[in-house]
Design a protein around this ligand. Structure first.
Ligand code: CU
Length: 240
C-alpha cells in the first residue's frame, strides 16, 4: 500500500504529464492553423485560357477545365446550376459543374417535357412535367452526362461534371480567365460536343501555375470549328 507522499508524487507526475500533453496539442493546433493560413492566403495565380481556330479567331462556348494534379487543391464547392427548357431547347445546352453540384431543370415552355439521361455518370428521369416540379438533381460522379427529352428527340443538352473547382466556358473572344488557382501542375482540358480534334472531342495541355505570376494557355485548333455558338448569356448562367 502506498503512503501519502507516494500518492502526492504520483499525482504531481500525472499533472505534469497532462500539462505537457495539453501544451503539445495547442502547439500542433496553432501550427496546423498557421500552415493552412499560409497555404490558402498565398501561392495562387490567375490562368487565362484562349481558344483560337485556324484563322486566329476566338472560338466561343468550349468547356474549359484546369485540373490540379494535387488532389488537395480540388476543394468541393457545392452549387446549384440551372438548365432551363425554352422553345423546346435546353438553355444553356451545355453546362460545366463540379462533382457534387446540382442542376435544376425548370420547364419554361407551355408544353410538358420528360427530362432523362442514360449516361454512365448519371442516370435519372424526371417524369412528364411543366413548370418547376422537381428538386435539383445531384451529380455525384465526374463524367459527361447527355440529357434528352423523351417526348422531343431534338432536345439535347450536355452536363460536363468535373472534380476540379476551376472551370468555365470560352467567351465570344475564345477567352476564359480562371482566378486564384493554387500553384502547381495542371492539365487543362478543352471540350465541346462538336470539337472534331483530339479524342472524345477533347484537347489537353499541361501547364504550371506559379505563385503570383498570371499564366496563359493557348489551344490552337487546326481547323475552323462549326461551334461558335456563344454560351447563353442569360441571367441564370451569369448568376451561376
Ligand atoms: Cu420535351
Amino acid at each position: 500500500m502506498r503512503n501519502n507522499a507516494q500518492r502526492r508524487a504520483g499525482t504531481h507526475v500525472n499533472l505534469r504529464l497532462r500539462r505537457a500533453s495539453q501544451s503539445v496539442n495547442w502547439c500542433s493546433v496553432l501550427c496546423a492553423a498557421l500552415a493552412l493560413l499560409i497555404a490558402t492566403v498565398a501561392r495562387t495565380a490567375d490562368l487565362s485560357i484562349s481558344v483560337l481556330d485556324a484563322h486566329g479567331r476566338g472560338v466561343a462556348g468550349l468547356v474549359l477545365v484546369a485540373m490540379p494534379d494535387n488532389a488537395a487543391a480540388r476543394k468541393r464547392i457545392g452549387r446549384v446550376a440551372v438548365m432551363d427548357q425554352i422553345n423546346m431547347q435546353f438553355v444553356p445546352d451545355i453546362l460545366v459543374i463540379q462533382t457534387g453540384s446540382s442542376v435544376d431543370f425548370p420547364n419554361s415552355d407551355q408544353i410538358q417535357h420528360q427530362v432523362y439521361s442514360f449516361s454512365a455518370a448519371k442516370r435519372f428521369q424526371l417524369s412528364l412535367y411543366a413548370g418547376h416540379k422537381y428538386p435539383p438533381v445531384v451529380f455525384d460522379r465526374p463524367g459527361l452526362v447527355t440529357v434528352g427529352c423523351n417526348i422531343h428527340d431534338s432536345m439535347l443538352g450536355y452536363i460536363y461534371v468535373t472534380d476540379s473547382p476551376y472551370f468555365g466556358r470560352s467567351d465570344a473572344h475564345g477567352q476564359l480567365t480562371l482566378h486564384n488557382l493554387p500553384s502547381g501542375s495542371y492539365t487543362v482540358t478543352a471540350w465541346h460536343p462538336r470539337l472534331e480534334e483530339g479524342s472524345a472531342n477533347e484537347l489537353h495541355l499541361r501547364t504550371t501555375v506559379v505563385e503570383s505570376e498570371p499564366g496563359t494557355v493557348l489551344f490552337q485548333l487546326r481547323r475552323t470549328v462549326p461551334i461558335s455558338m456563344p454560351p447563353h448569356e442569360s441571367k441564370k448562367w451569369l448568376d451561376y
